[in-house]
Design a protein around this ligand. Structure first.
Ligand code: ATP
Ligand code: SF4
Length: 368
């Protein structure tokens, strides 16, 4: 594999190691995400997918320490610029360090953010507020010029600078939020359902603009959406979550072309094909797990048509399947575990009678 530079293009910018988050404490605690490992690289768009409640937002907010109560980080590290000598763990930063860090290094566009603009304040004031708070030495004229630049960057004419939010369309307000997120040239931008309330044409326009900006400024994006077709189209890499665990991460086109994890198969089969022949949408039988009573072993096993005895007892770790070393794919499934997925091993752990293969289930590709 080509060695990754410490701070240049393609270098790791955020390294999430074993991140766990619970909501509440004691007997009422719910483990919303459990021991997540994920690396974000400079200039990449990483899409997060999974059914509702799988932990996508918790992962994004936990990694940036923006969890609302009763969310509690129960373990892990989040290293910023992990390969450089001055790497910092966000989870051990003081509140003061975090305040400086946010917006400047990492910014976030929340779900429904366009409705969080202050209705009685002009767009110019809201943009310059962010600049002034972090760069107090910047003069008023320079702040206004930067605000106008930012609006132009997201495709809004600067004669809108003195508009109030209600004078802009929903798409424009959302673009203002993206402009705000880019105000201080962050290295990482987190976008939680950034275009959900907009029509499909506007969604694509905004995401195409975002991708252009990423190409120019080389920031990394964590992009969360329920729309898997948008995710495949605009992400470089996709991470799939299920029951608070990461089950697969791979380059977007590879994940779409040849998903490995049965849950990824199911998720892709719940959406119409992006191109090519029409196919039957089979979906995923059953419901997402109750986080208070998670199944033993692999959390998917009650819904998985390929479950074996091994799956009901032992949790599969995220590993690189044989043959996927060069692509950097990771999968948490015994079918693809480099040690477990041998014919002899699978024969020893034959599926229990109750978990026969579903004839509708997609064909698994267990290698090349
Ligand atoms: P969605 O796609 O619906 O936004 P998600 O994949 O982002 O879902 P999260 O919002 O991260 O999932 O939620 C993960 C789990 O944590 C869910 O089971 C949810 O019920 C639980 N959870 C989230 N917020 C809270 C909270 N404030 N208190 C208790 N549990 C919560
Ligand atoms: Fe299915 Fe077993 Fe793989 Fe889990 S580990 S996804 S139950 S085959």
């Amino acid at each position: 594999m080509t060695p990754v530079p410490a701070t240049g293009p393609g270098s790791p910018v955020l390294d999430i190691r074993g991140l766990s988050v619970a909501y509440g404490t004691g007997d009422d605690a719910v483990q919303a995400i459990d021991a997540i490992d994920l690396t974000l690289h400079r200039g990449e768009v990483l899409g997060l997918a999974g059914e509702s409640g799988s932990g996508k937002s918790t992962l994004a907010y936990g990694a940036t320490r923006l969890l609302p109560p009763p969310g509690v980080i129960t373990g892990g590290q989040v290293l910023y610029h992990p390969s450089s000598g001055g790497s910092m763990d966000l989870l051990t930063m003081s509140d003061r360090q975090l305040r400086a860090f946010r917006w400047q290094e990492t910014s976030i566009v929340f779900q429904g953010a366009m409705n969080s603009l202050n209705p009685v304040s002009r767009i110019s004031e809201q943009l310059t507020d962010v600049i002034r708070a972090h760069r107090p030495a910047t003069g008023a004229q320079e702040q206004r010029a930067r605000a106008a630049d930012l609006l132009r960057l997201v495709g809004i004419a600067d004669d809108r600078l003195d508009s109030y939010p209600h004078q802009l369309s929903g798409g424009m307000r959302q673009r203002v939020m993206i402009a705000m997120a880019l105000a201080l040239d962050p290295d990482v931008v987190i976008m939680d359902e950034p275009t959900t309330a907009l029509d499909v044409v506007m969604q694509r326009q905004i995401l195409a603009r975002l991708r252009d900006l990423r190409d120019r400024f080389d920031f990394a994006v964590v992009f969360i959406t329920h729309d898997l077709s948008l995710l495949v189209e605009f992400s470089d890499r996709i991470a799939i979550m299920y029951g608070g665990r990461l089950v697969e991460d791979a380059a977007a086109h590879e994940l779409y072309r040849s998903p490995r994890h049965p849950y990824t198969h199911g998720l892709l089969n719940s959406f119409p094909a992006l191109r090519g022949e029409r196919r039957e949408l089979t979906g995923i039988p059953g419901s997402p797990p109750d986080l208070k009573a998670l199944p033993s072993g692999c959390v998917l096993h009650p819904r998985c048509a390929h479950a074996m005895q091994l799956c009901t007892r032992h949790r599969p770790k995220l590993t690189t399947p044989a043959g996927d070393e060069a692509s950097g794919r990771h999968v948490a499934c015994w079918l693809h575990h480099p040690q477990a997925a041998t014919p002899e091993h699978l024969a020893r752990t034959a599926p229990p009678a109750a978990a026969r293969f579903d004839h509708r289930a997609p064909t698994l590709q267990s290698g090349r």
